[in-house]
Design a binder for this molecule. Structure first.
Ligand code: PEP
Length: 248
């Protein structure tokens, strides 16, 4: 099975409505040279509804796993679906670090998304201290084991994994091609070992995220186990975002 190539923009808590509409319009007007690359973006949730008319897939950066209830300030999957979200991000390192989301809470989010047939981009990645200690793959495998690997193979097809080393996010420091490929291969091997299926392992798209930009995207995307990128800063500029998509 050929897995999807994806370039996804995580806008985080940036832009107001006019800027968000202008960015999407600018992206839509630029030429995507490889139509096999699926483009998607994750705007602040309150703009999802006004941006859903675009040809790009629109997703939600965050949600609460409960169906409804007393969770002040939170949004449910149903509410996000209702306004047009068709994919969700789970486990971004900013949610893990700043909002204390644990592997077990992320597992609840995974289950809620699966129950609602909502595709997932699941983020994983290690802090610098763990990489320096030589335990990066073990750390990432534990994140996947505790939040994702309880899914059946049929459920796992709804998941795209994004490997985002924390030390590379928003820092301008990118993983080397060797570091990225080694981790992506390690993640694929972990899927294969857990599910005892090379077909399952081969079918999951694994994106790289962390200071990916038009200058380094081509070499990263040329790695056999890198299936695209989750882009933060460079996704806020239409030309950069499309240049990254065109790096395939
Ligand atoms: C991200 O936040 O997912 C990300 C990869 O950010 P940046 O590209 O800015 O490092």
């Amino acid at each position: 099975m050929t897995r999807k190539k994806i370039v996804a923009g995580n806008w985080k808590m940036n832009l107001v409505a006019d800027e968000a509409i202008a960015l999407v319009n600018a992206i839509s007007q630029l030429q995507q040279t490889n139509s096999a690359v699926e483009l998607m973006f994750f705007p602040p949730a309150l703009y999802i509804q006004s941006l859903k008319h675009t040809t790009l897939k629109v997703g939600a950066q965050n949600f609460h796993p409960a169906e409804k209830g007393a969770f002040t300030g939170e949004l449910s999957i149903n509410q996000l679906k209702d306004v047009g979200a068709s994919i969700v991000l789970i486990g971004h390192s900013e949610r893990r670090e700043l909002f204390f989301e644990s592997n077990s809470f992320l597992k609840e989010k995974v289950d809620a998304a699966i129950a609602h047939n909502m595709p997932i981009i699941f983020c994983c990645g290690e802090p610098l201290s763990i990489r320096d200690a030589g335990n990066a793959l073990e750390f990432v495998t534990q994140q996947l084991t505790e939040s994702l690997f309880h899914l059946s193979p049929a459920q796992l097809v709804n998941v795209t994994i994004a490997y985002e080393p924390i030390w590379a996010i928003g820092t301008g420091k990118t993983a080397t091609v060797e570091e990225a490929e080694a981790m992506h291969k390690g993640i694929r091997n972990a899927i294969q070992a857990h599910y005892q299926s090379s077909e399952t392992a081969a079918s999951i798209s694994i994106l790289y995220g962390g200071s990916c930009n038009p200058s380094n995207a081509a070499e990263l995307f040329a790695c056999p186990n890198v299936d695209g990128g989750l882009i933060g800063g460079a996704a806020l500029d239409a030309t950069s975002f499309i240049a990254i998509a065109n790096a395939f």
